[in-house]
Write a protein that binds this ligand. Structure first.
Ligand code: UD1
Ligand code: UDP
Length: 390
């Protein structure tokens, strides 16, 4: 019997990180055939993650263009993934999250009448413009999906409220926790990450507290990012603090960050880091300021408080658990919250010892078990079945 083909379509850094554990597990499963299609919506950052997780794409569409716009990117992903589907004839296409790659690939699969599995399904802010265009993208995927791998009960609830049939939803936890645990384990066994970072960034060996920053969202370009950068300049006037900002390669982000922060004392604008290095740097940091989704999910596992540079969140679980604080992009608010965490030890302790609500590191097992049982029935795993997420 030929095995059913599961086609994983991946385009950007966060999709690659969060799909890496699923891809590894699919490739190890003898009952399915895994094919990985990289749209390369991101080029360098996707290559970086694939190298970190030792993944090679079977098909690489090489679609990234400098300063690409959403219309041409969407059109290219739709057309080219449509061609891949005609060639590969998968039983199911797996997409992740809310990127243009996920949205356009799921439309292509819908047109080709192929099943769609949505990993990290059901996140919602309820505001189509925040984050933009991701809230639109994730709703499109969920409109045409077949299987919904919801990371949390809240995400499941959102899907049910929109009319998605209950049996097509599986609550799995977020695969980013699987990726994080895999990476921590690999670093523990192989080492080398600290030495490499210390050699490139000697200031990390000092006593200063690190405020780690990432900011790249399209809706924050121009005003939001400029305001964040002015806040960072003020935070860095404290001699006991180092602000470290691995800057996203989007030219609109690079331009603003360097125009406000180049040559500012105690501020270090650095290139995007390999995933194991970034995980190490999160652990080395005191506080993380970010508008990233994945970092909000990872940081609580490392005991780091997160200030979220957004006005609304699709991750209310983090607010409830107290692992993140929404600060938006108002300069005074960012400085105020950051200063409070840096100066009020009891407050800091409270915000850094909360339980991570995003999973137990077994999400990819649950997803692959589900796919095997759905597409290769009777081919149960010899291992014990995966317990439901509590
Ligand atoms: C995309 C996702 C966003 C995700 C982010 C993660 C969409 C609509 N947005 O946003 O949800 O949070 O990725 O980082 O899918 N570039 C490079 N090299 C790279 C990557 C990007 O040079 O490896 C530059 C290119 O000039 C590219 C630009 O960044 O055109 C924008 O990339 P794009 O994927 O369109 O948008 P992001 O802002 O990265
Ligand atoms: N990350 C990384 N190197 C960096 C910055 C971030 O590996 O220099 C990781 C981070 O740990 C998280 C993911 O990239 O897992 C977040 O990606 P990004 O911010 O690009 O996307 P988002 O999460 O906002 O969609």
């Amino acid at each position: 019997m030929t095995q059913p083909t599961i086609l994983a379509v991946v385009g950007t850094r966060p999709e690659a990180i969060k799909m890496a554990p699923v891809i590894h597990r699919l490739r190890r499963d003898p009952h399915v055939r895994a094919v990985v299609c990289a749209t390369a919506q991101h080029r360098q950052m996707l290559d970086q993650v694939f190298a970190n997780f030792e993944i090679k794409a079977d098909i690489d569409l090489d679609l990234m263009r400098a300063n690409q716009n959403l219309t041409s990117l969407t059109a290219n992903v739709l057309t080219r993934v449509g061609e891949v589907l005609a060639e590969v004839k998968p039983a199911c296409v797996l997409v992740h999250g809310d990127t243009t790659t996920a949205m356009a690939a799921s439309i292509a699969a819908f047109y080709a009448n192929v099943d769609i599995g949505h990993v990290e399904a059901g996140l919602r802010t309820g505001d189509l413009l925040q984050p933009w265009p991701e809230e639109f993208n994730r709703r499109v995927v969920d409109l045409v999906g077949t299987h919904y791998f919801a990371p949390t009960r809240q995400a499941q609830h959102n899907l049910v409220a929109e009319g998605v049939p209950g049996p097509s939803i599986l609550v799995t936890g977020n695969t980013v926790i699987d990726a994080l645990l895999m990476t921590l384990d690999h670093t523990r066994r192989h080492g080398g990450v600290a030495a490499s970072l210390h050699a490139r960034y000697p200031f990390l060996q000092g006593e200063e507290r690190v405020v780690l920053v990432t900011g790249h969202r399209r809706e924050n370009h121009e005003h939001g990012l400029a305001s964040l950068c002015r806040a960072l300049k003020r935070i860095a006037t404290d001699a006991g603090v180092r602000v470290v900002y691995p800057v996203h390669p989007n030219p609109n982000v690079q331009r603003i960050a360097s125009s406000v922060l180049a040559d500012v004392d105690n501020v270090h604008l650095i290139a995007p880091l390999d995933y194991p290095e970034f995980v190490w740097l999160m652990r080395r940091s005191a506080i993380i300021l970010t508008d990233s989704g994945g970092i909000q999910e990872e940081a609580p596992s490392l005991g780091k408080p997160v200030l979220v540079l957004r006005d609304v969140t699709e991750r209310p679980e983090a607010l409830e658990a107290g692992t993140v604080t929404l600060v938006g992009t108002n300069e005074d608010r960012i400085v105020g919250e950051c200063t409070r965490l840096l100066t009020d030890a009891a407050y800091y302790r409270d915000r850094s010892t909360r339980k991570n609500p995003f999973g137990d590191g077994r999400a990819s097992e649950r997803i692959v078990s589900f796919l095997r049982e759905r597409y290769a029935p009777g081919q149960r795993s010899p291992s014990v079945s995966v317990p439901a997420l509590s």
